[in-house]
Design a protein around this ligand. Structure first.
Ligand code: GTP
Ligand code: MG
Length: 195
């Protein structure tokens, strides 16, 4: 996809701050530090529009980015970071649940996983949530540049088996470092909202 415009819109803490123009939305979920913000930046070819950091657990709101006046990316705060307090974790859960339950424009969640590791308990819970709410999911196995090509297949199979991937949920290999998977991921995203 050709990007002619991308813009940070808002860090929303609750539904009254979500945009109300009904553009299709794609949310990004995944562990802290897995590479969600980097993935957004790679997709829109901006170095640092979505804030990235090597300090996990920093983003605590839903960050909205509008692309080409056509879709939104909604960058979720990462989960699974050990040093987050129980009350913070509960706040996170309530915010995400409120979003997933009622968000009409949501077309699919991009579940971002690190290709190097088996999905964590939290990753599995996240995917189970999608199944429960019947939300389409795009599985993105990122950081593909970190392992050699001949290992991709085995790692992808481990991911699929661990989470129990539904057939209709596409899986895309990705690297924010090399740009691998960018065109494919855009095609997949567009297939969820373009006729
Ligand atoms: P939180 O917002 O804290 O949840 O993290 P995040 O999921 O947004 O991760 P972020 O995009 O900030 O990336 C975390 C670190 O991983 C950064 O140092 C990135 O440069 C690095 N990183 C992300 N994607 C890739 C990738 O595909 N390959 C490599 N080699 N490094 C990556
Ligand atoms: Mg981030």
């Amino acid at each position: 996809m050709k990007i002619h415009q991308s813009e940070f819109i808002i860090s929303a803490v609750g539904p009254d701050q979500y945009p109300d123009d009904a553009l299709p939305e794609f949310a990004l979920a995944g562990r802290s530090n897995v590479g969600k913000s980097s993935l957004i930046n790679k997709l829109i070819q901006r170095k640092n529009l979505a804030r990235t950091s090597s300090q996990p657990g920093k983003t605590q709101q839903l960050n909205y980015y509008r692309i080409n006046d056509e879709i939104y990316f909604v960058d979720f705060p990462g989960y699974g970071y050990a040093k987050v307090s129980k009350s913070e974790r509960q706040k996170w859960g309530k915010m995400i649940e409120a979003y997933l339950l009622n968000r009409e424009p949501l077309k699919a969640v991009l579940l971002v996983l690190d290709i190097r590791h088996a999905p964590s308990k939290d990753d599995q819970l996240m995917y189970d949530w999608m199944l429960h709410f019947n939300i389409p999911c795009i599985i993105v196995a990122t950081k593909a540049d970190k392992i050699s090509k001949n290992k991709w297949g085995a790692h992808v199979r481990q991911i699929e088996q661990t989470i129990g991937r539904r057939k209709q949920d596409p899986l895309v290999l990705f690297s924010s470092e090399s740009g691998m998977g960018r065109d494919e991921l855009w095609d997949v995203i567009q297939s969820f909202y373009k006729q």
